[in-house]
Design a protein around this ligand. Structure first.
Ligand code: SF4
Length: 453
């Protein structure tokens, strides 16, 4: 019979009041994994600390999207050698996307003896066993195998009491040439629809107001399931759940933005009228070199379809500037595209060479200064667009989920509208976690301001 490692560890740690420090780097999916890791540690009996110096167990939940991110984590692991020498019983673990690369496991084995546990992205449930094995054998315990079943039995320790991230799938089959994710998160695996619907129902019944469905490419949800629901069908099922809440999701891949999906977004009252649709470039040659599998024309068809049904529909996107050997003309196509689409916001990045990706083998002749100049131009153009575009809300009523105190305006709260627009307004902290209606009185290029009505 399989040993119950959690029960064993409860005996080991009970009454010792040991605190755990869990830090997640990178995307929301990784943060959600970090919440699961906390759930497992809580079940063993650990409480939590925000200070690694007060911890008896430390888990660094890593991101591998950029090489600099990895080097930063190795720097942090290096600095923890001192903590380990001061407290030899301290357990140090590394989880997340960095662990999916064999080379990192070898590097940890060779150069970081202070690390006791290495936990793969889909091996989270192995944590109790690895802690137990490390304590028994006094050596590195690791599991970086790929598991199909990634449901976590322990209750997630969520960061928020009213906004919840709900992963619906893991992995990616798209192999964009600049991206390491398919190599560290594996092939697309969708969660069972009933598990997702039950989880969201429970969250809504527990008062959650915003559900963020997560996946590297949520639009292809269900394609790997036999007789499974498609993503639009899953959204329609979630939309039937009783309660006052909003459904958001990311990330979407434009090649899978079907008419059925767009109609579902437009027709379902709980689904936000906002779509984050990463375009990356406005030039077809670059899109081809990125292996994005759509054209600018196809992308604009999607945009025009949404806007023809809802002129105020909010769109945001990701843009990569300076993909290897991108010419000025090709970059100007990106500028032309953002002027055409008029995004409410863009998330832009200068291309970052990532070892292990196809694009990293390209001999890139584009000077870094040109890339920085293009980024400056892109941000300038988008600032002007957002400044003008946000004015459309002035005088309008906006429903906002108050999610915290404003960092910019004393006595103000901040939150996001259905359109994913940041709104700042005067209000009492007791409103945090509630929907409020505001009348928009002014706008900036990053947010609107208003008053509660
Ligand atoms: S869709 Fe492309 S960019 Fe997004 S995770 Fe997959 S490979 Fe990476």
């Amino acid at each position: 019979m399989e040993m119950n490692y959690t029960e064993k560890l409860k005996e080991t740690f009970s009454g010792r009041n040991i605190k755990a420090y869990v830090h997640s780097f990178g995307c929301q999916l990784n943060v959600s994994d970090g919440e699961k890791i906390k759930g497992i540690l809580k079940e063993i009996g650990f409480s939590f600390t925000d200070n690694p110096e007060n911890a008896g167990i430390i888990i660094l939940n890593t991101c591998a999207v950029r090489e600099s991110a990895e080097e930063r984590v190795f720097g942090i692991i290096g600095s923890m050698k001192k903590l380990k020498s001061e407290n030899p019983d301290l357990i140090i673990g590394v989880s997340g996307c960095m662990t999916a690369q064999e080379k990192n496991l070898e590097r940890i084995k060779k150069s970081y003896p202070q690390v006791d546990i290495v936990l793969g992205t889909s091996a989270i449930n192995s944590l109790p066993r690895l802690i137990y094995e490390h304590i028994q054998n006094k050596r590195l315990a690791y599991d970086i195998s790929e598991y199909a079943d990634f449901s976590c039995s322990a209750e997630q320790v969520r960061e928020s009491s009213f906004k919840a991230s709900v992963p619906i799938m893991f992995g990616c089959n798209n192999f964009c040439t600049y991206c390491i994710v398919p190599y560290v998160r594996g092939r697309e695996r969708s969660r069972n629809a009933d598990d997702i619907i039950n989880e969201v129902t429970e969250l809504v019944n527990n008062g959650y107001k915003e559900i963020m469905l997560l996946g590297q490419n949520v639009n292809s949800y269900g394609k790997d399931l036999e007789n499974g629901l498609t993503f639009p069908q899953l959204l329609r099922e979630l939309n039937k759940i009783q309660g006052d809440f909003i459904i958001r999701f990311m990330s979407s891949h434009p090649k899978d933005a079907t008419k059925e999906l767009l109609d579902t977004i437009l027709e379902c009252d709980k689904v936000a009228k906002h779509l984050h649709l990463p375009v990356q470039s406005g030039n077809n040659n670059i899109l081809k070199a990125m292996n994005r599998n759509y054209t600018v024309e196809k992308y604009l068809e999607t945009v025009n379809y949404l806007r023809s049904h809802d002129s105020g529909f909010s769109l945001t996107t990701d843009i990569i500037v300076g993909f290897p050997n991108e010419t000025d003309e090709e970059f100007q196509d990106t500028i032309k595209l953002i002027k055409q689409v008029e995004y409410d916001n863009i998330y832009s990045f200068i291309y970052s060479r990532r070892n292990g990706t196809k694009a990293s083998t390209i001999d890139d002749k584009t000077p870094e200064e040109s890339k920085s100049q293009r980024m400056r131009e892109l941000l300038e153009v988008q600032r002007e667009i957002s400044d003008r575009h946000y004015k459309r809300f002035i005088g309008k009523t906006m429903r906002v989920l108050a999610d915290g105190k404003s960092k910019k305006h004393e006595g103000f709260l901040t939150g996001k509208s259905n359109e994913f627009i940041i709104a700042e307004f005067k209000g009492d902290e007791s409103l945090i976690g509630q929907f409020v209606n505001i009348r928009v009185t002014d706008s900036m290029n990053w947010a609107v301001t208003g008053e509660i009505i």
